[in-house]
Design a protein around this ligand. Structure first.
Ligand code: KG4
Ligand code: ZN
Length: 346
C-alpha cells in the first residue's frame, strides 16, 4: 500500500511517500521538505497567516517531486495522509484540504494523523528502529512529554511540562540573547564555545518526585542574568548559552532516567526538534549506556517537522488496521489535540 503523507502544521511543508509491507516496518520511498524559516526570520518567529499562504504555494510542487522521485503515478497512491493537529489552524487546513481533495479526486481513502504520533514514530524511518514497548521523550517547540509507548496507538502520558516546552525554553532564551529565530540550533551552536558552569541557573522541578517539567522560571532566570550582565552580556554570551543549555538538558536527562526506572523498560526514544541537540544526545547517551538502556533517535533530518514521519505514522496505523482510513472527505483540523485521545481509537 502506498501512502502519501502531507505535513503542514507549522513552518515546514513536508510531503513523503511510504510503502507498507506484509511484515516489518513500512519503507520510505521518497520525501521532500520546504522550510519557511528564512521567511519568518524577519519577524523573529512564525507568522501564522504567512505560514498558511506559503504552504499553499509549496504543497503541490513538493507532492509532484516526491512522486517523480519514487517513479510513482498519482493514481497509484492508495491512501492520502495529512497532519490533522495539533498546530496552527490555518496551516493545518492547507494540508488537510489538499489531502482530502486529492483523496476525493482519486477515489482513495484519507487519514488524519496526530503530529506528535508522527514524531513518536519517526525513529522507525531510520536504520535502527526500536521495538515496543519503549519510553519516549517528546521534545519539540510546543511539547515536552514523557510517554510510555506499548504499540502503535497505545500511548500513556507519564509526565509533561506545566508551562513552556523545552524547545520554547531554547527559543525564548535565544531570543533575549539576540540570537534570532529559530533559537534552539543557534543557542546550541554558541553553547559549544561556552562554559556550562559559568552561571548557576535553576533546574525547575528536578526533585519534584514526578515526571513533570517546568521551563518558564528558567527563561526568567536567563533574562535576569542577561540584565545583570548589561554591556558585558556580549562577551559572556557563549557562557550564558552553555549554562542555559546545561540546565535544560540536565532536567530532560534526569526525568527520562526516572521514567525508565519507574517503568522498568530499557529502551528510550527521543523525538522532536530538541532531539537534534548534541549536548542532550551526548548526556543521554552516556547515562543510558551506564544503565544498559538503548537510546533510539530519529535521523537528524527527521527530528524537526517533516512529511516522512506523517506518512510513516499513517502507514504503521494502516498496517495495524487497514480500515483506519476513511472515504468521508469532509474534514476538520484539531489545533489542540491531546495525544492520549488517540489511544481510545487504537
Ligand atoms: O519538532 P519541531 O520541529 O517542531 C514542533 O513540533 O514544535 O521542533 C522545533 C523546536 C524549536 O523550538 C527549535 O528551537 C528546537 O526544536 N530545536 C533545537 C535544536 N534543533 C531544533 N533545540 C535545541 N538544539 C537543537 N539543535
Ligand atoms: Zn513537530
Amino acid at each position: 500500500m502506498l501512502v502519501l503523507g502531507i505535513e503542514s502544521s507549522c513552518d515546514e511543508t513536508g510531503v513523503a511517500l511510504v510503502e507498507t509491507r506484509a511484515t516489518g516496518v513500512p519503507a520510505l520511498r521518497s520525501q521532500a521538505l520546504y522550510s519557511q524559516i528564512d521567511m519568518h526570520q524577519a519577524y523573529g518567529g512564525v507568522v501564522p497567516e504567512l505560514a498558511s499562504r506559503d504552504h499553499i504555494r509549496r504543497v503541490l510542487p513538493l507532492a509532484e517531486s516526491v512522486l517523480a522521485d519514487a517513479g510513482v503515478a498519482l493514481a497509484e497512491i492508495d491512501v492520502v495522509a495529512y497532519t490533522r493537529g495539533p498546530g496552527l489552524a490555518g496551516a493545518l487546513l492547507v494540508g488537510a484540504g489538499v489531502a482530502c481533495a486529492l483523496g476525493a479526486a482519486l477515489g482513495k481513502p484519507v487519514l488524519g494523523v496526530h503530529h506528535l504520533e508522527g514524531h513518536l514514530l519517526s525513529p522507525f524511518l531510520g536504520a535502527d528502529p526500536p521495538q515496543f514497548p519503549f519510553i519516549a521523550l517528546l521534545v519539540s517547540g510546543g511539547h515536552t512529554q514523557l510517554m510510555q509507548v506499548d504499540g502503535v496507538g497505545h500511548y500513556q502520558l507519564l509526565g509533561e511540562t506545566i508551562d513552556d516546552a523545552a524547545g520554547e525554553a531554547f527559543d525564548k532564551s535565544a531570543k533575549l540573547m539576540g540570537l534570532g529565530y529559530p533559537g534552539g540550533p543557534a543557542l546550541s551552536r554558541l553553547a559549544e564555545q561556552g562554559d556550562a558552569q559559568a552561571f548557576k541557573l535553576p533546574r525547575p522541578l528536578l526533585h519534584s518526585g514526578d515526571l513533570d517539567f517546568s521551563f518558564a522560571g528558567l527563561k526568567t532566570a536567563v533574562l535576569t542574568q542577561a540584565k545583570k550582565l548589561g554591556a558585558d552580556l556580549e562577551s559572556c554570551k557563549a557562557d550564558l548559552a552553555a549554562s542555559t543549555q546545561a540546565a535544560i538538558v540536565e532536567v530532560l536527562v534526569k526525568k527520562s532516567l526516572a521514567a525508565l526506572e519507574r517503568s522498568g523498560l530499557d529502551r528510550l526514544v527521543v523525538a522532536g526538534g530538541v532531539g537534534a541537540n548534541k549536548a542532550l544526545r551526548a548526556q543521554l547517551g552516556a547515562a543510558c549506556k551506564a544503565r544498559g538502556v538503548r537510546v533510539h533517535y530519529p535521523e537528524l533530518e527527521f527530528c524537526t517537522d517533516n512529511g516522512a514521519m506523517i506518512a510513516m505514522a499513517a502507514a504503521m496505523r494502516l498496517q495495524a488496521n487497514a480500515q483506519t482510513a476513511t472515504t468521508v472527505y469532509a474534514f476538520d483540523v484539531k489545533p489542540r489535540w491531546p495525544l492520549t485521545d488517540l489511544s481510545l481509537r487504537a
